[in-house]
Ligand binder design. Structure first.
Ligand SMILES: Cc1cc2nc3c(=O)[nH]c(=O)nc-3n(C[C@H](O)[C@H](O)[C@H](O)COP(=O)(O)OP(=O)(O)OC[C@H]3O[C@@H](n4cnc5c(N)ncnc54)[C@H](O)[C@@H]3O)c2cc1C
Length: 457
């Protein structure tokens, strides 16, 4: 048999959502595939992000519902939790995903696995653990690192990131979270449910600044009242220092400086793409905001693709998976496809869930787009009476022909309602079609029908 020109048909760098789909699809097509991972196989989502967070929030939200069960006639005074057991439950949830920390998962799919840091040395060659590997094609899916701000004293205290915060061995008495994005709000809900006094600070005017105004205001009110979280918007963190066994956080708010002593500080300000892998040696264009790709996810070297957080698009797991599938197709087809992000839902997993689909009202205002909007508060649905929850809403955005172009849901289990509105946006459905779609009586989704009716009338 003739000697192969390259060691592999495809080398994937990074085994997270952005890398794994293309690797497994390529292996299923009979390609010689290698995947290189410097840390836990499976990447952030199963090991450190979505899955552990979801498992912990599930526990917190059940605990919270049970704690407030007296209004439904339940006796709840003996309710308590065991945090080490909650951590064990989280580990079980990670294990159940299959990919979490599991190199065998990839090998069982016929993929060669290598543990170590990959660096390009030429456009067709990388080093890993002093070994050279070559491939005809590459996929870079190296994800992102947390953005750590340059706050005096921060690096001298033992602060947490989103990853390490989920591994704290017991809920601290007090916690200061820097940032107010979805992940920060989820973490605030999680720890406050287990009794931690949480302070959360951001320079933005409201929490969840990427969502429409009423979303941040509603969550702020709800979480403040239900959990006693202190939201410090319009706030700058000036300094962090050690103060005996606690940490002292100095802030400025409304021109006034004050300090807050806490047990734990968590930095939760988003991420920056992980572009430190010798890209210049392969002539791959990039800058600190991410690797540059064309519509087909090819880098400036056409045989090297990139997908996931390393693109700097804040794609999240579903986006990274979709991009990875697009790469798998484009690697082996002359007629290439482009990723279609239309209607991809963005979710904050608090209770109530916050779901954004397609265009938000703020997006339309910024672009000066003339649109119609209608809101159905959850208390217009019978479900709000039986669930004793009245705070959320469904908001629909439509163009002048009543075609749905966006939606926001703030509702318990609102994420489970996302599919209908994602389809509506992707298929260009009208408010009339949504209104005429049967929605089961006593589901929260009746609010979608009501909002659709309000768009028409
Ligand atoms: C707490 C938390 C909760 C989240 N919840 C959600 C959610 O509910 N829904 C959602 O959609 N998203 C969520 N996300 C975001 C989501 O986890 C990421 O967007 C997603 O995992 C990105 O996938 P990726 O493949 O691009 O990167 P990653 O999963 O980070 O994979 C990149 C991999 O590359 C490896 N690597 C990097 N450099 C090299 C190198 N030089 N050599 C070898 N290996 C390398 C890294 O070790 C890593 O394993 C959450 C994130 C966090 C932190």
């Amino acid at each position: 048999m003739a000697r192969q020109k390259f060691d592999f048909d495809l080398i994937v760098i990074g085994s997270g959502a952005g890398g794994s789909a293309a690797a497994t699809i390529s292996a299923a097509l009979g390609k010689r595939v290698a995947i290189i991972e410097k840390d836990d196989f499976g990447g952030e989502s199963p090991n450190l992000g979505d899955i552990p967070m979801s498992a912990m929030l599930q526990t917190a939200q059940i605990f919270d519902s049970a704690k407030h069960g007296d209004r439904f006639g339940l006796r709840t005074n003996a309710l308590s939790y065991n945090y080490p057991s909650i951590q064990e439950w989280k580990k079980l949830a990670v294990k159940r995903t299959g990919a979490g920390g599991n190199r065998n998962y990839y090998e069982s799919k016929g993929i060669s696995t290598f543990k170590g840091i990959a660096r390009f040395i030429t456009p067709h060659e990388i080093t890993i653990n002093r070994r050279h590997l070559s491939a005809e094609n590459f996929l870079i899916a190296t994800g992102s690192n947390f953005f750590i701000p340059n706050i005096p004293g921060l690096s001298d205290v033992n602060f947490h990131t989103m990853h390490s915060a989920l591994n704290i061995t017991r809920p601290p008495k007090t916690m200061f979270i820097i940032g107010s994005n979805s992940r920060a709000i989820e973490l605030a809900e999680l720890f406050s449910t287990f009794g931690t006094k949480v302070y959360l600070a951001d320079s933005s005017a409201r929490i969840l600044p990427n969502e429409d105004e009423e979303v941040g205001l509603l969550l702020d009110k709800h979480l403040k009242e239900a959990k006693g979280i202190t939201f410090l918007t319009h706030t700058r963190v000036l300094e962090v220092s050690k103060s005996s066994i606690t940490k002292r956080v100095v802030i400025r708010r409304g021109g006034i400086e004050r300090s807050i002593n806490v047990e734990e500080v968590v930095v939760c300000l988003g991420t920056t793409p992980n572009v430190d892998l010798g890209l210049e040696n392969a002539d791959i264009e990039y800058d600190p905001t991410g690797i540059k790709v064309n519509n087909y996810l090819q880098t400036s070297q056409k045989h090297i693709f990139a997908a996931g957080d390393v693109l700097g698009r804040n794609s999240e797991t579903q986006g990274a998976l979709m991009e990875s599938r697009v790469v798998a197709f484009n690697l082996y087809h002359r007629n290439k496809i482009i990723p279609d992000y239309l209607g991809a839902p963005r979710i904050t997993w608090t209770n109530p869930n916050v779901v954004s689909i397609g265009m938000q009202e703020d997006d339309c205002l910024k672009r000066d787009l003339k649109v119609k909007k209608a809101i159905a508060p959850l208390n217009t649905t019978p479900r709000s009476n039986t669930a004793d929850f009245r705070d959320g809403f469904v908001k629909l955005i439509a163009d002048k022909n009543n075609v749905i172009i966006g939606a926001t849901i703030v509702a318990p289990n609102g994420a489970e309602m996302a599919g209908e509105l994602t389809l509506a946006v992707r298929l260009g459905m009208t408010a009339e079609q949504l209104r005429e779609t049967p929605h089961a009586f006593l589901t929260w989704s009746e609010a979608i029908r009501i909002a659709a009716s309000r768009l028409i009338n």
